[in-house]
Write a protein that binds this ligand. Sequence first.
Ligand code: NI
Length: 249
Amino acid sequence: MFTDTHCHLYKEYYNDLDIILKQAESNNVNRYIVAGCNQKSNEEVIKLINNYSNIYGTLGIHPEDVENYNEKDLYFIEKNLSNKKIIAIGEIGLDYYYTKENKEEQIKLFERQLAIAEKYNKPVVIHSREATQDTIDTLKKYKVNGVIHSFSGSLEVAKIYIKMGFLIGVNGVITFKNSKVKEVIKELGLENIILETDSPYLTPHPYRGTQNSPKYILNIAEFIANLYSVDLEKLAKITNDNISRIFDI
Ligand code: NI
């Protein structure tokens, strides 16, 4: 059985979650880590982990929400870390894709959440887009490990993250026709990767253009199993072992 290590199973995207989870289960996916991005979704993560025994959560303020958070939101994250099903801080990080103008604020928010992770000894789920060097420099100031979610960088960068104690999160992008990420992932070794869908975004080939869903972990798994010439059972075991190495799950 596989785990979807990064998805956003919020009500605004999935009005009947039970059906979505049932479909996933028939595709051998039976555990989920739902990532929060802001106060609203963080509150939803808490509801989901209380309602479903196989859903775990992470809480964080996403860099795109840097203009819309306040002190209370950070306190909410800290306070809920005592919940055993909140297994990491995330997704947090840096995103310079839309603008670099709020770079200082993004780094400040990122650092404050890394400090919380360090204080409570929690792993972090990292979102980094067009901000590789600043992400690495900022992470190096803290004693944290975790996952680089939706990794799309070079082999050299992947190796730096792995050396720093991070796993590489692989999603449907690897199945895209022009994706260069498969050459990188092939070189990393299965012991360094975990599978995610990032639902409802980044639907794998050949379902692009429709809404993503955790059931498509199977398609990503088949692609990687092929790439490494292993069977699905072995891939499930290795990636689940990787998850247990980083997360208390
Ligand atoms: Ni995400």
